[in-house]
Design a binder for this molecule. Structure first.
Ligand SMILES: [Zn+2]
Length: 308
């Protein structure tokens, strides 16, 4: 076969990319790491996710005498955040709050505790840190020796059952565990004076949901509870900060995913058939990703709905 002239090949390629919808949805566009001041002394660092995933989003709150960091992130990102904070203030980092045990949120704890900070998490995440958390850390230590090297795993030492308040009269942060969502030990940071919610992975903005440690029915309930807060701004664990409507969007995903899979099960479809036929146009509109690509989510929810 004769090769078509080069210009036509280029045109074809561009057309194919555009028609895939990915360009319009931003799928090919690299994202940037940005730091935004959400309110006086309250900062949100949105981390790059494309082309390379470098970790979770983070926040920090500057109190009168100290700083509280929200989500430790990976060790190398914890170093970056420490540098950013040191550029802003001489105040010590006294607390690092892990919204949950996953490595991209908590593996960098030791970077903060080495500076004298205390790592905080919900009591319900203790067991997860002690088992899956440390196992994941050891795996990363083998896979990323340059970053993890000889670092020692540091679990949170300050655990709270449902709620812990840090308030010095200048800033107020409420750490709240609402129940089993993304993990059994999820907690969020709520700043009532500003209506800002740092939601961790209980609510993310984009195709970032991992369900492996979740209970999606309970997760929907947790999101409903969060919707009762007078939220003005959500700083999610992954993706762009936005307004309260993100809670409804995140909830809609799990409601529709469960409904679609349940309906298919009722029709006698197998998991393999469901993976090929499932369609949630709203999800693609929200994330730019076809739900069929979210195999982990589909398999997990199928397992939830079929287990006796
Ligand atoms: Zn997570």
């Amino acid at each position: 076969m004769r090769r078509p002239p080069r210009r036509i090949v280029v045109l074809l390629t561009v057309t194919l990319l555009l028609s895939a919808g990915g360009f319009a949805a931003g799928w090919f566009k690299p994202t940037e790491t940005t730091v935004t001041k959400l309110a006086p002394g309250i900062f949100f660092r949105k981390t790059q996710t494309k082309p390379q995933f470098i970790g979770c989003n983070q926040g920090w709150v500057v109190f009168k005498d100290f700083v509280l960091v929200i989500d430790a992130n990976f060790p190398n990102q914890a170093e970056e955040v420490t540098k950013l904070i040191k550029q802003q203030t001489d105040k010590p980092i006294r607390y690092v709050f892990d919204t949950h045990y996953h490595g991209d949120h908590a593996d960098g704890n030791m970077i903060y505790t080495a500076q004298g900070a205390t790592a905080i998490a919900s009591e319900n995440s203790r067991q997860l840190f002690e088992t899956k958390g440390i196992a994941g850390f050891r795996k990363s230590q083998q896979e990323k020796p340059a970053e993890y090297g000889s670092l020692k795993y540091e679990q949170p030492s300050l655990l709270f059952p449902r709620k812990m308040v840090i308030d010095d009269g200048t800033q107020r942060v409420e750490l709240i565990h609402f129940g089993h969502a993304h993990t059994a030990g999820d907690a969020v940071a709520w700043l009532p004076e500003h209506g800002i919610l740092f939601s961790g992975d209980a609510c993310v903005n984009g195709a970032f949901n991992y369900t492996g440690d979740s209970d999606t029915e309970s997760w929907i309930g947790v999101l409903t509870e969060m919707q009762k807060l007078p939220i003005k701004k959500i700083a999610p664990g992954h993706g762009e900060a936005t307004d309260k409507s993100l809670l409804a969007t995140q909830k809609r995903y799990f409601v529709e995913l469960r409904e679609a899979i349940q309906a298919a099960i009722n029709d006698g479809k197998t998991l393999e058939q469901i993976k090929k036929s499932i369609s949630l146009p709203f999800y693609e509109q929200w994330t730019g990703v076809d739900v069929k690509e979210r195999t982990e989510n589909i398999e997990f929810v199928y397992g939830e709905l079929t287990k006796k």
